[in-house]
Design a protein around this ligand. Structure first.
Ligand code: FAD
Length: 462
């Protein structure tokens, strides 16, 4: 296999490298996409290594959220369109009673609520059981490609710089950090279309759910928020936002804060965003306690580990998913998973306020996502999965729910095995074989006929 050769590592890094590891498949970033990719890749005969900058896996799934969307199409007749390793994750959470379903025909459809602290342990367990070599607290800081392998440089606070030589790379860093350092082209969010806003999520305890429901629940909250926003009684950043029940009793989790016009890839931008996110969270706390029945004695018990970043770099792949593909429920011969989630675009509107714009796949349908969206255009040994995959802004705003990011990881992990087994470049593997192996793993590649059996306390695999 021909590989591009590149020498760019700074002298300071090269001379400071204290240890070099070798692997076959290297996954950068242990979010929902990367952790799933690692579990999938370990089904082959190859050595698999996952490197994550924080001390726990899961990325956004454990850093700030508690609901998987995208398993089901949002419709009166929901279909379950994701399977395989994502099911294993949910099943594992279900064993200890750490999920419940939130049936929903609108929004992003039925959500799978989970306990995010338990999910950290579930990812750990499944990664270790799969035989994945794990490095936490290690950040990719540079890439030097040489011949058949890529040489990736990481920084660990205790150890300093170390490197990993890998035959295949799966960039699951969310920010496409590998692609950035390897000079693989991408579009940065905000360059063309307004970038999606950032959100610090927060959790509150001691909420009286019955009192809240009796006072009108979601509808009442929306009205109170809109009123407070208009009156300025509490300087809320937006007039809508969600607060929902968690697995933990008397607790809620929110997606309410909105931070706009700051660049999360710039050190000054991300610093200001973190501070602003926390400031807004406590304005919401005051609002909830003063205005919302059931919240009188509630308090914030946790903020997200970092501010939630919806999009940064979107890599240019062999195929770029477009809004037209999504909204026409297009299918492809080489599709590797399905998505029925609406475009959910959190951005600044023309009047300067920050709102959410929704657009649905017609008739509760789903579209296929082709293999080329996870294969960067100018690389042979690399896949890009999760929120940095190849899509336009609008298509990305639909295809970013975690059931879909896990599906991308599942496909990339299996594709990497195939690529090594057949000694073919990422873009030249036999996609039919990949599809066969996805189906054997339980992935859903065709729209199911049956309506999903959804009940609040159950979990249906099919
Ligand atoms: C505020 C917010 C609310 C959302 N709400 C929902 C929701 O309710 N349900 C839903 O399904 N989806 C939701 N989404 C979308 C979804 O969560 C994300 O699209 C998805 O989690 C992205 O997964 P990922 O694995 O691609 O990236 P991430 O989860 O961002 O994972 C990337 C991982 O890579 C690590 N990393 C980054 N850089 C490096 C580096 N240089 N070296 C080593 N490691 C690195 C990070 O620490 C992280 O663990 C939401 C997103 C946001 C931001």
């Amino acid at each position: 296999m021909k590989m591009s050769v590149r020498k760019r590592t700074l002298m300071t890094f090269s001379s400071a490298i204290v240890k070099t590891y070798q692997t076959d498949i290297l996954i950068i970033g242990g979010g929902s996409a990367g952790s799933t990719a690692a579990i999938a890749a370990s089904q082959g005969e190859h050595r698999v290594t996952l490197v994550e900058r924080y001390g726990f896996p899961g990325g956004t799934s454990t850093q700030m959220l508690d609901t998987f969307y995208g398993f089901f199409t949002p419709s009166e007749s929901p279909k379950k369109i994701v399977g395989g390793i994502p099911d294993r994750i949910v099943n594992e959470l279900n064993k200890s009673g750490d999920i419940f379903l939130r049936p929903n025909t609108y929004g992003a459809g039925t959500g799978v609520n989970y306990n995010p602290e338990k999910l950290k342990q579930v990812w750990d367990k499944l990664l270790l059981q799969s035989g994945v070599e794990l490095f936490y607290h290690s950040t990719l800081v540079d890439v030097e490609s040489a011949g058949e392998t890529s040489n990736c440089i990481f920084f660990n606070k205790g150890m300093g710089f170390f490197s990993i030589l890998a035959k295949r790379i799966i960039d699951a860093s969310g920010d496409a950090d590998y692609c950035h350092w390897a000079d693989i082209p991408y579009e940065k969010a905000g360059e063309k279309d307004a970038a999606q806003s950032m959100t610090t999520t927060f959790r509150m305890s001691n909420v009286e759910h019955n009192e809240y429901d009796a006072a009108g629940g979601k509808k009442m909250l929306k009205e109170k928020m809109a009123k407070a926003y208009a009156k300025g009684s509490h300087p809320l950043p937006r007039k809508e936002g969600s607060a929902h029940e968690m697995c933990q009793p008397k607790c809620i989790s929110t997606v309410a804060v909105k931070v706009i016009d700051l660049d999360p890839l710039d050190v000054e931008g991300i610093t200001k965003a973190e501070i602003e996110g926390r400031r807004q969270a406590f304005i919401f706390e005051d609002f909830f306690r003063a205005e919302v029945p059931g919240y009188q004695n509630a308090k914030i018990i946790g903020l997200s580990n970092q501010i939630g970043v919806r999009e940064t770099r979107r890599v240019f792949g062999e195929y770029r998913l477009t809004k037209e593909d999504c909204m026409s429920a297009k299918t492809f011969d080489n599709q590797i998973f399905l998505c029925g989630a609406p475009i959910e675009d959190h951005r600044k509107s023309d009047n300067g306020s920050s709102e959410t714009f929704w657009e649905y796949v017609p008739n509760g349908g789903a579209y296929g996502v082709p293999y080329g969206t996870i294969v960067p255009k100018e690389s042979m040994n690399t896949w890009v999965v999760g929120r940095c995959f190849s899509a336009t802004h609008d298509a990305h705003a639909s295809c970013r729910s975690m059931a879909q990011t896990m599906s991308m990881g599942q496909a990339a992990g299996l594709a990497a095995i195939l690529s090594l087994d057949t000694d073919l470049d990422a873009k030249n593997i036999d996609v039919q074989k990949l599809q066969d192996s996805l189906v054997r793993s339980g992935a859903v590649l065709e729209m199911p006929i049956n309506v999903a059996d959804i009940s609040r306390n159950g979990w249906a695999n099919n």
